[in-house]
Write a protein that binds this ligand. Sequence first.
Ligand code: FE2
Ligand code: FE2
Length: 230
Amino acid sequence: MALYAIGDLHLSLGSNKPMDVFGEGWDGYVGKIAAGFAALTPDDVCVLCGDLSWASSLDKSVRDFRFISELPGKKLIMKGNHDHWWSTAAKISAFFETHGFSDMSILHNNCFLYGDKAICGSRGWTIEDKLDASHNDKIIRREAQRLNISLEAAGDAPEKLCFLHYPPIFNRSRCDEIIDVMRAHNVKRCWYGHVHGAGHRYAVQGVVDGIDYHMISADYIGFTPRKICD
Ligand SMILES: [Fe+2]
Ligand SMILES: [Fe+2]
């Protein structure tokens, strides 16, 4: 049994949205994802860090989730900025149940225990400053709050692992509201996705102020889930 994570599967099996906008690395990516998951077993757990499906509604996402469900392992599903199919946790859970996707759970305002570790996370928010500042501040506050709820749900778990969709640090920018929540809960390791193609070169990884950051966007890690621990 092992814990894995990968972000940004960007599936569009029901709509055929071209992925070349993200660069040549996405050629044949669905097959690469299937091959990348081949090392996992049904007992393994994989955190999917957002941008799962281009579908605009749950109904339109069935083929994408069937593909995900047929990959080995249990999946913890997080929200990314492109997950327009996202609904309430109750509706998503009912959708999974209706279609027999019994290997999937939503990581949103909650946490999951994995041995002595807690799997926590939230979408986070972009740190590009092109948006209206007051709008930005409101979303960042809400995302920081969600992350806090998730980390508080972990109680006194010896280690709290943090998964985000957006990078909390990118290039020379930082999202201090999110970082402060992680530090308040003594998070030491954080995984994030969202960054693609030419953006990879601006990723910040390694230890910054006591937190070890890892980028796990699918195209960055060869569409192969990154093993975190046994
Ligand atoms: Fe994204
Ligand atoms: Fe993405």
